[in-house]
Design a protein around this ligand. Sequence first.
Ligand SMILES: [Zn+2]
Length: 100
Amino acid sequence: MDSKETSDQKGKYLLRNYWESLIMEKTKGIVSKTDMCQCEKCFLDICALALNKLPPHYVTTDRGSLMVKVPTANAKTELELTILISRCAKLVSEKPIHDV
Ligand SMILES: [Zn+2]
């Protein structure tokens, strides 16, 4: 799906869900501090659960820029996100959706 880079503006911008990178980053930190399954499937399941609980927040961003700036009014507090992810991690750790 990767298209050739051209000199025009095509492909310069990406559509992304703001929460995605944020949730993945935070989930990584939280999961690593638990003794639950550390596999990629469980990690992504937690991210999916958490992301489904958040209202979508799509933004356009420059390709290549890692972090998307979002007005703080739209940002959940760190604590809220941590609680949300911890809950999702608990769900997944109790019922991993993969064969052992
Ligand atoms: Zn797992």
